[in-house]
Design a protein around this ligand. Structure first.
Ligand SMILES: O=C(O)CCC(=O)C(=O)O
Length: 236
């Protein structure tokens, strides 16, 4: 892996005698300025305008609920990624994301054939604790953040803690992902760790910030777009 910067930036939420060392706990790579600001701003704006954003519904505990964020996806034509009981069929790559994919493949020396986009409209949108360990997801996952800075959290799965530890996840590790930052979750990460994008209650919804303002003069208001580049095996 040709990572340009290896930075373990951790704010631990507490100590736990069963917790592994921080170095072990956060083995992913974080680069705060993987995309320069102008490029990140341009890409944010392009994706915000041009993607078909879906408000998906999933069934949890027998109830149908709306996912608390918008989603879009791209990938090699015909490829389908199934998670949360929903199929996501790809129809090729727009040139702006194909370019990013090439750079990521060179840097991390692995192919990527699918990208999932999550759009958090304000601090009320979030992603709960989960791991991307669906059958067929192989290799590392490269996660690019655009727009408003948000906290990204990780914790060890109970199964990855010492056998003597209670059946609860490890302490929460947290990092801030700002406009243009990249975090790489290496192969095997999803087997051991959960991750989440918590709510950010102090972020004002766009309508409160200034409903008349354009993207340029409000920056991102409170919006964030995250792109996770993945390799799905067993598919072309
Ligand atoms: O928005 C983020 O940074 C997290 C995205 C995520 O957890 C995922 O796509 O699986």
């Amino acid at each position: 892996m040709k990572a340009t910067k290896q930075l373990h930036e951790v704010e631990s939420s507490g100590r736990d005698e069963h917790a592994p060392s921080l170095t072990h706990a956060l083995t992913h790579t974080l680069d705060h300025s993987w995309l320069d600001e102008a490029h990140a701003n341009r890409l944010f704006s392009q994706l915000q305008r041009s993607c078909t954003w879906h408000r998906e519904e999933i069934v949890m505990y027998g109830r149908r609920i709306s996912v608390p964020r918008l989603t879009a996806w791209f990938g090699d034509s015909g490829l389908s990624y199934r998670y949360s009981g929903l199929d996501h069929r790809a129809e090729g790559w727009p040139s702006n994301l194909a370019e990013i994919r090439t750079r990521l493949s060179e840097q991390f020396e692995q192919p990527f054939n699918f990208v999932l986009l999550n759009r958090y409209r304000d601090g009320q949108d979030y992603m709960g604790w989960h791991s991307d360990d669906e059958a067929g997801v192989r290799g590392g996952i490269a996660s690019l953040s655009l727009g408003c800075a948000r906290r990204f959290t990780t914790r060890l799965k109970p199964s990855a803690l010492a056998p003597t530890s209670p059946a609860k996840p490890g302490p929460i590790q947290s990092m801030t992902l700002a406009n243009g930052s990249l975090v790489f979750m290496p192969p095997g990460f999803q087997d051991k760790y959960l991750h989440a994008l918590p709510k950010a209650p102090r972020l004002k919804p766009k309508s409160d910030a200034n409903p008349q303002a354009s993207f340029e003069d409000t920056r991102f208001a409170s919006e964030r777009i995250n792109l996770t580049f993945r390799w799905l095996s067993g598919q072309r």
